[in-house]
Design a protein around this ligand. Structure first.
Ligand SMILES: Cc1cc2nc3c(=O)[nH]c(=O)nc-3n(C[C@H](O)[C@H](O)[C@H](O)COP(=O)(O)OP(=O)(O)OC[C@H]3O[C@@H](n4cnc5c(N)ncnc54)[C@H](O)[C@@H]3O)c2cc1C
Length: 358
């Protein structure tokens, strides 16, 4: 390996940006391939939707950050890999070490009429949804999916709008990936906020002014916000590396193959029977580990194994529940702190992630 290896990172979201920050101004020559000109904090999208934070709170300018960090920003989309080269829309970028951090995309699971739904999975989608709310003041809003995002969207909207908010969940309870007692607690809070919860209910079609369920019944509505499910990006899907359910399968060193690594949402990281959750907490920790291992590679030392913190068996989350409150989850337990304090901590964490890159 060269004394100053060429590190190429594909994707400048939380994982990619954090890796650059931690390697800034080292001997490593860093290029970032990312079509966007800003780093975005998805965790703040529900708050923006409800008018609780501004655009500047959610984003940091990427070009300035790269310049300060000594990284080259190549503002293009990566298309494929070709023998040590990332093929982009206009250029070909050679690498010695490649880190793939391309995140994930919203999965509509082929539901009919998905183009009629709004999504808060992207920055643009969130702005579009907020514009619609401001312009149309929708009376009935259906939130499809009751994972962390669905619950947050429903509760902050119930808090800030006069609208009737519904949550539609295919499984038997909301927050199905969390322990049952957390689901019951949050269900009670949502009920108090006036949110209607439809569990064991599958959506089959979305129209502009209604939503149809698998049993054939239809409910009129003015807006549908789809929050459930993510899938690999087109770039990751096209790569011919080992995969698990379409995600890039890494070894315990976060390596996909030779000097190619994957971190963040695009990676399937399973170590010692623990499966890493696709969360900002994990993306950030993986970036930190990757940075340490890259420094070790340069010193020709052996790589160390990654240790997963937030896994499917041990979820970690601060979930906004409206009225300036949040529920904290650590594994099977609720964090025993006041709800207002937890919400303040959540907003502080999310905003400070963005400020870190400014
Ligand atoms: C609404 C919402 C709320 C959330 N709330 C929380 C929360 O409260 N706590 C928490 O821990 N997690 C939360 N998450 C999850 C968290 O945001 C993600 O896990 C995290 O952003 C993943 O980081 P990443 O860097 O892997 O991907 P991303 O942040 O999605 O970044 C991926 C980047 O790759 C770029 N890219 C994609 N394809 C290409 C290509 N072909 N070429 C070049 N670049 C490409 C994209 O433009 C993007 O900038 C939330 C997610 C959403 C959607």
């Amino acid at each position: 390996m060269r004394s100053s290896p060429r590190l190429v990172i594909v994707g400048g979201g939380i994982a990619g940006a954090e890796l650059i920050r931690l390697l800034s101004n080292t001997e490593i020559e860093i290029s970032l391939i990312e079509p966007k000109h800003q780093i975005e904090c998805q965790a703040l999208y529900p708050d923006y939707l409800a008018g609780l934070v501004g655009i500047d709170d959610m984003i940091a300018p990427l070009d300035d950050f790269c310049e300060r960090s000594g990284a080259l920003h190549i503002s293009e989309r990566a298309l494929e890999l070709d023998d040590g080269v990332v093929v982009c829309q206009r250029s070909r970028v050679e690498y010695d070490i490649l880190v793939i951090a391309v995140g994930a995309e919203q999965n509509f699971y082929g539901v009919k009429g998905s183009e009629n739904a709004f999504s808060v999975n992207t920055f643009e989608g969130t702005l579009h949804a907020r514009e619609f709310i401001e312009r149309e003041s929708p009376d009935r809003i259906m939130v499809v999916g009751s994972g962390l995002t669905g619950v947050e969207v429903a509760s902050v909207l119930a808090d800030s709008l006069e609208s009737n908010i519904y949550i539609v969940e295919m499984q038997g309870r909301i927050l199905p990936q969390f322990p049952e007692r957390i689901s019951r607690l949050v269900e009670r809070i949502l009920f108090e906020r006036g949110v209607s919860i439809l569990t064991s209910t599958q959506v089959s079609e979305i129209q502009r002014d209604s939503i149809t369920f698998a049993d054939g019944t239809t409910l009129d509505c003015d807006m549908t916000i789809w929050t459930t499910g993510i899938k690999p990006t087109q770039f990751a899907e096209n790569l011919r590396f080992p995969k698990k359910r379409g995600w890039l399968l890494t070894d315990p060193y976060l390596r996909v193959q030779d000097d190619i690594f994957a971190i963040g949402d695009c990676a399937w990281i399973e170590i010692d029977q623990k499966l890493a959750t696709k969360t900002g907490i994990e993306a950030e920790r993986q970036a930190k580990h990757m940075a340490e291992n890259l420094k070790r590679m340069i010193r020709r030392r052996s790589l160390t194994q990654y240790s997963i913190l937030a896994c499917t068996e041990n979820p970690i989350a601060l979930i906004s529940t409206g009225c300036g409150r949040a529920v904290g989850v650590y594994g099977r337990t609720c964090i025993p702190l006041p709800a207002r304090l937890l919400r303040a901590v959540k907003i502080w964490i999310d905003k400070s992630i963005v400020s870190r890159y400014k």
